[in-house]
Design a protein around this ligand. Sequence first.
Ligand SMILES: [Zn+2]
Length: 286
Amino acid sequence: MTELSTDQPHPWQQLAEHVWTLQTDGLRMNVGLVVGTERALVIDTGTGPLQAAWILDAVRQMTDRPITAVNTHAHYDHVFGNAYLAAHGVEDFWAAERCAAVVIEHGDKWRAAVAALEPAMASNDGDHTNLHPANKLVTDAPVDLDLGGVSVTLFHLGRGHTDHDLLVGAGNVLFTGDLVEEGADPAFDDSFPSDWIRTLGKVAALDDLYDVFVPGHGSPVSVDFVTTQLNKMRSAVRVTKIAMDEASVDMTKAIPILPYGPEQSRVLLTRLRTLAHWKWLERQSS
Ligand SMILES: [Zn+2]
């Protein structure tokens, strides 16, 4: 199958037969593309209609097949382009079970985050700025999608960056969403750090199936990078929990010794405190 137009430059990086990735400006978010003889799969849809239009344009330089979309998770840079794609013929949007609910619950609050990139999306005032949550949900069992001669597997391995991170395997390439982050610290805001470590262990154990791991942001990496991220996170969570147990100690003193920048260290600290508080509340009520 030759779909690549050779007379036009395109921004895609080919990772395997039928599999490409495209990095957006600014957030360096990775859009995935898998092309079969019947359909094309687009992984993650951008920050709003402007970026989605750019993505769709790039996809159309590669293939004219009907498109199925996937959201790796509900964060704005991965789903806000859904409405634009839906208005341009995309019917099926896949995601992990909780993703659609999270988009509905938090989507409006996240609009402010794209004010610089997508003013219309931020103010919800313009075409294709509505929230468009996924309508095809992956529950406990993995889902195989047949794109025509090429199949992809959608699956959830447990909580991590969010409670609904979806992985997409295509050939020897695994799209990990923000479970893996290259070029920046992992984002802990909505995360479950202890589960994240376990989930990364499961991701790393898939190295007999996959050679290339595509992070949500940054450059594609090997399994060694995933293992390094796991080990770093494990020691960060350990250090933070020890600081939390020593109640007399000023917790912010843990920040300089964490393996992350001050901002994400602070987010990790806050998140672990919040989760500990939730656990405490749960114990009180049971
Ligand atoms: Zn994210």
